[in-house]
Design a protein around this ligand. Structure first.
Ligand code: FUL
Length: 497
């Protein structure tokens, strides 16, 4: 039956006029190595380093997790909350934007939402009544040319409806919708994983637990938000970017953007991803820049700029985004000490990673694929400052060398490599060597696993992320050897500092 139907189809199509098809690839582009990111995920990975601002009811109660029964009047800023000041301080630190917490687990909302009475505008405090963090945060970010987004806790210890479908439909989804209306160019919505447990729940004072993987109707929520804010990555519960597995500011030296779906694989592979993972789920590392908690506490101290620089190397420098938390205090602004630390960090990043020596070098590669009509693949693409051009060898080539030569020796400390991830993450082993004469080579940073590259990898040549800035290495030649790759390696930028 099946066979004769097949023959019939074939016979019928044989009668049709032949359609001439040509399968040419005039650009000679390498095939993608799956899985590959969505365009939204690529844009998100380009954000690299941004801030987290935990501000809200807990700022006034000294708690980290409010119970949900706090009086609206307890939220009492001593001045008008100033998101512009938050963002300006973070811009000075070299950050590209930030995420403002506008509803934490206590359910208290920092905007005039219609979904609950538990909100800032119902406080007796005059500054609170005027507060609208999403409005002011979005406006400041747009003005400063920074990325912005919001943290909205799915878990709500205030809502009487938490645990029912009504909560998801009439409270949580509506709150996400209201927030999406504050800007279609949001880059990320942050959905925390903590949920279920004891709480006030409208006076019930009981314990409620949900299955987060089904309860929040994430597929519909994601589609809905993307219609309003097309480039908004839905973090965590939203399944477009993954938690790096710790809150201490480090990713695995080996770190793939790929992951198998499902809590089991995610739980055990968050820090390093999975080489054979079948979805693109890049890592984000959330870490605190202060000692006490996510929210402001009177006894907090600021971590040193040197420690934050180390975090940067161990996250952004290991193929992970870094979201660094700086908490505004009771006045609704960042404390001066935090502002100063951020400024020092920015100066450190500029002086250590701000002056790229690679464009002054000549670059030679062991092999480049044949250029296409509208695309080239040669070594010059590695140092042209253009993320959309890349170097590529032939299909089937999985090892290669790239050699940079300066007219005279330079003092160097860091090498930064970036894969053209639009076509998948590929490199699985590499090494870096330097030479002063072109014949005697020294392998650098042998203690650091030189495995994956991904979106970005920064190698401190002295092999230490905690004391990376030393007298440096004198080198006239720098050789990067790709030793193994899932498919032909594609790099778009090499930088040397
Ligand atoms: C956690 C939350 O429970 C913390 O309070 C904080 O918001 C952190 C960023 O995520 O899971």
């Amino acid at each position: 039956m099946g066979l004769s139907a097949f023959a019939l189809t074939l016979g019928a199509s044989a009668e049709l006029p032949m359609v001439q098809q040509t399968f040419e690839y005039p650009d000679n582009e390498p095939a993608p190595c799956h899985p590959v990111p969505t365009q939204r995920q690529v844009l998100w990975q380009e954000c690299e380093f941004y801030a987290f601002f935990h501000y809200g009811m807990n700022t006034y109660t000294d708690l980290e997790w409010g119970n949900g029964n706090e009086s609206n009047n307890t939220f009492a800023p001593t001045a008008a909350p100033n998101p512009r000041q938050w963002l300006e301080a973070c811009k000075a630190a070299g950050m590209t934007g930030g995420i403002a917490v506008v509803k934490h687990h206590d359910g208290f909302c920092l905007w005039p939402t219609e979904t609950t009475d538990h909100r800032c505008t119902n406080s007796s405090n005059a500054y609170a009544q005027q507060t609208n963090i999403p409005r002011d945060f979005a406006a400041a970010a747009k003005d400063l040319g920074m990325n912005y987004g919001f943290y909205i806790s799915p878990w709500d210890r205030n809502s009487a409806y938490y645990g029912t479908d009504k909560y998801v439909k009439d409270v949580f989804m509506k709150q996400c919708d209201e927030l999406a209306q504050y800007g279609s160019d949001q880059f990320e919505m942050w959905f925390d994983g903590a949920n279920g447990g004891s709480g006030y729940y409208g006076g019930a004072n009981d314990t409620r637990s949900v299955d987060a993987s089904t309860y929040y109707d994430v597929p519909n929520l994601r589609d809905y938000i993307h219609k309003i804010a097309p480039n908004c990555v839905m973090w965590g519960v939203g399944e477009e970017a993954r938690w790096i597995g710790n809150e201490s500011g480090y990713a695995g030296e080996t770190n793939w953007c790929m992951m198998d779906r499902g809590a089991a694989s995610e739980n055990s592979n968050r820090n390093s991803g999975q080489e054979e993972g079948w979805i693109w789920l890049p890592g984000e590392s959330d870490a605190k820049a202060t000692s006490a908690g996510w929210f402001w506490h009177s006894n907090q101290t600021d971590l040193t700029a040197e420690r934050l620089f180390q975090m940067y190397l161990e996250t952004v420098g290991r193929n992970s985004n870094l979201i660094l938390n700086v908490p505004p205090d009771k006045s609704g602004s960042l404390p001066t000490s935090t502002v100063n630390t951020l400024k020092s960090l920015g100066e450190m990043l500029t002086s250590r990673l701000g002056n790229d020596l690679a464009p002054a070098a000549t670059v030679e590669v062991s092999e480049s694929r044949t250029n296409g009509t509208a695309r080239t693949y040669d070594a010059a693409n590695l140092t042209d400052g253009d993320k959309d051009t890349y170097w590529a060898p032939n299909d089937g080539t999985t090892s290669a060398t790239i050699t940079l030569t300066w007219p005279e020796a330079r003092t160097i400390r860091y090498v930064s490599l970036m894969e053209y991830i639009i076509k998948g993450q590929r490199v699985k082993g590499f090494k870096i060597e330097t030479s002063t004469d072109g014949s005697n080579w020294t392998t650098k940073a042998p203690g650091i696993a030189q495995t994956t590259i991904g979106y970005k990898r920064i190698i401190p040549l002295n092999g230490s992320t905690s004391s990376s800035y030393d007298a440096g290495t004198s080198a006239k030649y720098l050789r990067i050897t790709i030793e193994d790759s899932r498919a032909c390696p594609l790099l778009h930028t090499i930088s040397v500092y």
